[in-house]
Write a protein that binds this ligand. Structure first.
Ligand SMILES: Nc1ncnc2c1ncn2[C@@H]1O[C@H](COP(=O)(O)OP(=O)(O)OP(=O)(O)O)[C@@H](O)[C@H]1O
Length: 232
């Protein structure tokens, strides 16, 4: 579903922030993207979601080539950025409807799709609230709702659970798993990544330092010990 080869980003200062990254994500897999601050996670996500042009390398996402078919990529993916993007003032229902109609849906289609999406994420009944009135956990679920309106097959989530309390984090992960989509998710919460991801990729200084199932990466250590050794 995601195939990445030699993906590189060099900013003007000449540093390869992402340095020849190769990996694949199979359909339906939930892959956790781990790494220390500044390792290159967000830069990689921004390239794979067409927001930042790579310096070199290739990727296909849901069969669409990142370089030659960015519109196809955008149609196939949902993306929740690190800070999210919910308008704090307007009613959430209005904002969802606007976004769905920007995807080309009629008002009736938009309302039906919004109702289904909110139901999936257990947000039904909150449409009249402004974004600013939501709790952190509700806001992150609404961020995901916005990213699902066009029924993407791949979801990119950049640190979606940061700042949430443990219960809200657990609830958010349950929702993410229940979607049944291919998910590429960055996080600093290693216990959650271990419990909920099928596979993990660890990036360090722009390079994939290790990859495998949580059990493969751990060996006979804890995941935190393994992470500290791998990403030194
Ligand atoms: N536009 C830019 N110009 C120059 N350097 C940049 C730019 N954007 C990011 N960087 C640098 O690239 C490196 C990787 O940043 P990135 O945000 O991808 O890391 P990250 O792994 O997502 O970190 P975090 O876990 O803190 O979110 C950092 O050193 C950052 O300062």
């Amino acid at each position: 579903m995601i195939d990445v080869s030699g993906l590189t980003k060099t900013f003007k200062n000449g540093v390869n922030v992402v340095d020849g990254v190769d990996f694949s994500v199979a359909p339906g897999e939930i892959v956790g993207f781990l790494g220390p601050n500044g390792a290159g996670k967000t830069t990689t996500m921004r390239m794979l979601t067409t927001l930042l042009p790579p310096t070199s390398g290739r990727a296909t996402i849901a069969g669409h080539d990142l370089l030659t078919d960015p519109r196809g990529v955008r149609r196939s993916i949902g993306y929740v950025s690190q800070g999210g993007g919910i308008n704090p003032v307007n009613p959430l229902g209005d904002e969802l409807e606007l976004q769905a109609m920007l995807y080309g849906m009629s008002r009736a289609e938009a309302r039906e799709r919004i109702a289904q999406t909110l139901e999936t994420l257990q947000l039904t009944g909150m449409e009249s609230m402004p974004g600013g009135a939501l709790s952190g956990g509700q806001r992150r679920r609404f961020d995901i709702a916005f990213s699902l309106l066009h029924r993407p097959s791949v979801l990119f989530l950049d640190e979606p659970s940061t700042g949430l309390d443990p219960q809200s984090r657990a609830g958010l992960w349950d929702h993410i798993r229940s979607l049944g989509l291919t998910v590429f998710i960055s996080t600093h919460y290693l216990e959650e990544a271990e419990a909920l991801c099928d596979r993990l990729l660890i990036i360090d200084s722009g390079r994939i330092a290790a990859h495998g199932s949580p059990a493969e990466l751990k060996g006979d250590r804890t995941l935190i010990e393994a992470f500290m050794e791998i990403a030194s």
